[in-house]
Design a protein around this ligand. Sequence first.
Ligand code: TRP
Length: 456
Amino acid sequence: MDLSSNHRGAWGSRIGFILAAAGSAIGLGNIWRFPYVTGENGGAAFVLFYFIFVLIIGLPVMISELAIGRHTQKNPVGAFSALANRSWWPLLGILGVATGVGILSYYSVIAGWTLGYFIKAIGGSFTDMNGEQAMQHFTQFVSDPKTSLIYLVVFLGITGMVVMGGVSSGIERWAKILMPVLLFLLIVLTLRSVTLQGAKEGLAFYLKPDFSKISLSMLANALGQALFSLSLGMGTMITYGSYIAKRENLAISAGYVCLFDTLIAIISGLMIFPALFAMGLDPEGGPGLVFVVLPTIFEQMPGGFIFGAGFFLLLTVAALTSTISLLEVPVAYMVDEKKWRRPKAVLLMTLLALILGVPSALSQGAVSWLSNIPLIGLGFLDFANILLGNYSLTTGALFIAIFVGYKWGVKNVIKEVTLENNQFYFANLWSFLIRFFCPIAILAIFMYILITRNYF
Ligand code: TRP
């Protein structure tokens, strides 16, 4: 496919797009965020609702975002201006661009930790480590401000360099090679984890729903996690959709992306929880969970050193294919709307993310005077993760559903999906979900949060 005559770039092939979109979706959201949020929300019952939300909110919203992007061939702001000129709708694109930079900033801090753990693994730091020691090790690592900052700079620098390379030569080439290798390593580690002594309890926590754990705040977290994991609610898929050829079936492509993303999340849980219970660690361990549990698995396997290094390297790469998509949104906006040249846009947006990332990098408690500043004392990174990763995405998804359902119109999405004789299976069901179910369900969750003031 060659859409490059319009100078925006395009995916080289169908599988190229699916892998690139899956590369955006699959990342720390699946392997770092999913297990710890599952742990904090009581296990299997949360997982069940997460699946349901992927299917009945995530998939319909993804089809909508892709259709908006491919129809308009634009970044989120340009897309909403094109479809609803002289209205407030372009603000939704602005929210997306801002959310993108914001998520990029703290996400890169975590990605920096994975990079740091790769280097540590090579240095042989993870031999002879029990759960307790792994925990101490992690706390010490993240509370050193210098290390956190250096890894943040390195990781963002790499992201910027790839995005500089453009759509098919940069982003697509990387995703194609590295995603399958990651899947392989995940499966190997999962096999080790589920065969550890004491793994059963972890499997039960993860797979046997305890319905007394269901609460509205759990539902809000499940929805936030579904959107975050699928890269929805801020226009990533609008931007990626703008590079897809007209002959591709958007609904089927979206289905594949949801399937792959969910598969990786399921496997990650299978990797983490059995080992976690086997090591006697607390499932409510928070954002440090994978960094504490994984080293204890490596320690228990022959060649753990290789697996440890390999795993953290690939996790860093999975994070990279996600940060690329996060950075691509503000960059596409600056290039399309502000007529910046690509290198300038990449450089300035990366710098902005770096500056915004500093409080997150320093928020893990070490710098004592910082802990007196209100939000930072709370753990700025956790705060950003909830504000941007839950609320901002959920707000974005709500308005995207309303936009498609009532402003642009479901007919136009169906027309876009069925171009060149493509089939849109379940188009009626999709219309119902996007017009009625998605907005009402999301609003209900917001109302609950407002009424109970249970914000964080
Ligand atoms: N989905 C990615 C992950 O699971 C993170 C990500 C990339 C993202 N682009 C996004 C999250 C856009 C929300 C919105 O790691």
